[in-house]
Design a protein. Structure first.
Lengths: 317, 173
């Protein structure tokens, strides 16, 4: 047997490095520190953003074989599908054109009426088209990654919609990509308006486990909610513009023992298979700044502070 | 030299580039944008455990930690979740590496199954503590698939070391 075919260098006696146990303690402690820092303090966001940007070319490259695999079938039955798709799009366009023409007219009329009543002009929402790169593989949350980041003007907290309705919100904005938390995530919440009853409420993600649905919480047992009601954004949060479709009521369960009704929702925009999305600018960026405290407020506040010295006076930051 | 009973031959020395290549390949598989599949086996974990068992002096806890961070950032998960799971995996693998290689392939797979199960359990507990949603029962399938992959991974990753030491015309590889 020739030399060099088996590992002939004996392991060193003294330079063994750290033991596996000390390494375990060090790295486990580091991991726990990172987790706490990630959830509680936002100190390591820059490091995560840098790593995410460095990983982006790898992710883009790896998406190619998957897209080729998914697109392979389309090549075979491509022509018919494309023609059918075009017919459908034309039909939809024709149906929408009448509405669009009327909307234009209504917008002008609305602007004139607002000017007449000396109201503030309605907010104009700036938007940015983006494409979904991939769905996060993390089974504990519902997130997608889009291919637009802070360099393209995506701000943290921007609402993300598609043609069917609200999809979610940007929760992490990296340089060239962003993470969008979908409405069905457990931590997602959105203020909604029932279009039938004009009643405001709040919808939360994470309905029945793994269903991808949402839940309308804190609605009293006799609240006027029916199956099939359409919920729109109400626009009171300063993030989502009002009037975007959010979800439809799927089931209403009124229980005697609990004061609240259990209402399950189905989002109108299904996140599966969505590719093209629109990133809107958060409304809060367009709202006027809070008015500064004027000299007229000062004596009132001083008086209040005298009365309740332990509490902070209202209006102070 | 004491030969482990399960092994049939002396192995050639491992090529460090092959280790790096296989780890990168496993990480690339984990990063394929296949969507949310709780039952998808974590190939990177299998590869890390394999190299920790077979080459504990080359692939250690630190490598596992770094790969864990990469997976965290890619998945948008809690930063440190995979890092902690892979660190524990790697430590257990290094702890059992002298004993494990005396067994046959099937017994090895049976013994690494609880290790993979524990790694997933650590991830689950961490995420539930952080207040995230329960992903459903399909998550249990992942460690089973990882243990089932162990014989295949052993066959593939040990193949370069099982080549003939003196290749000739009858044994070109």
């Amino acid at each position: 047997m020739p030399l060099g075919t088996i590992d002939r260098t004996p392991p060193p006696f003294f330079r063994q490095g750290f033991s596996a146990r000390s390494k375990l303690i060090f790295f486990a402690a580091l991991a726990v520190f990172l987790m706490v820092a990630d959830t509680r303090f936002k100190v390591i966001e820059p490091a995560r953003a840098a790593l995410a940007t460095a990983l982006l070319p790898v992710q883009r490259t790896l998406a190619v074989p998957v897209q080729m695999w998914q697109g392979g079938g389309d090549y075979l039955r491509g022509l018919q599908q494309a023609q059918a798709g075009e017919r459908e799009a034309q039909a939809r366009l024709a149906a929408q054109s009448e509405r669009a023409a009327r909307a234009e007219q209504l917008a002008q009329e609305n602007a004139r009426l607002r000017a007449l009543l000396e109201l503030r002009p309605a907010l104009v929402v700036r938007s940015l088209p983006a494409e979904v790169m991939y769905e996060a593989a993390d089974p504990y949350s519902r997130k997608v990654f889009i291919d637009r980041g802070t360099t393209h003007g995506v701000a943290l907290g921007s609402p993300v919609i598609n043609e069917a309705g609200v999809l979610g919100q940007v929760t992490r904005a990296y340089a060239l990509s962003s993470e969008v938390t979908l409405l069905s995530d457990k931590d997602a919440a959105i203020p909604v308006l029932n279009t039938r009853t004009q009643q405001r409420s709040a919808a939360f993600g994470g309905g029945a486990a793994g269903s991808g649905g949402m839940e309308l919480r804190f609605m009293s047992g006799n609240a006027d909610v029916q199956v099939g009601d359409l919920l729109h954004t109400s626009g009171v949060d300063g993030i989502y513009p009002s009037g975007l479709p959010v979800a439809r009521v799927a089931t209403v369960e009124r229980r005697v023992e609990s004061g609240f009704a259990r209402i399950e929702l189905v989002p109108t925009a299904s996140p599966d298979g969505v590719r093209q999305v629109l990133v809107l600018e958060p409304l809060a960026l367009q709202l006027p700044p809070r008015p500064e405290a004027t000299a007229a407020d000062a004596p009132v506040r001083a008086e209040r502070q005298l009365k309740t010295p332990s509490r902070r006076a209202p209006g102070t930051p | 030299m004491i030969m482990p009973r399960g092994s049939d031959q002396l192995l050639l020395p491992v090529n460090p580039f092959f280790i790096a290549f296989t780890l990168a390949l496993a990480a690339a598989f984990n990063m394929l944008p296949l969507g949310r599949q709780p039952a998808l086996p974590d190939l990177l974990a299998v590869a890390l455990v394999f190299w920790n068992v077979h080459q504990p002096r080359r692939v250690g806890v630190g490598v596992a930690f770094v790969f864990g961070l990469l997976m965290d950032v890619h998945q948008g998960a809690l930063l440190g979740q995979h890092a902690l799971a892979y660190t524990l995996l790697s430590f257990v693998a290094i702890t059992i590496h002298r004993r494990l290689l005396w067994f046959g392939i099937v017994e090895q797979a049976l013994q690494v199954f609880p290790v993979f199960l524990a790694a997933h359990a650590v991830s689950l507990v961490v995420r539930l503590l952080a207040g995230d949603m329960f992903p459903g029962g399909w998550l249990l399938l992942a460690p089973v698939l990882e243990a089932l992959l162990w014989p295949l991974v052993t066959l593939l990753l040990l193949a370069p070391q099982r080549r003939a030491p003196d290749p000739d015309q009858n044994r070109p590889l």
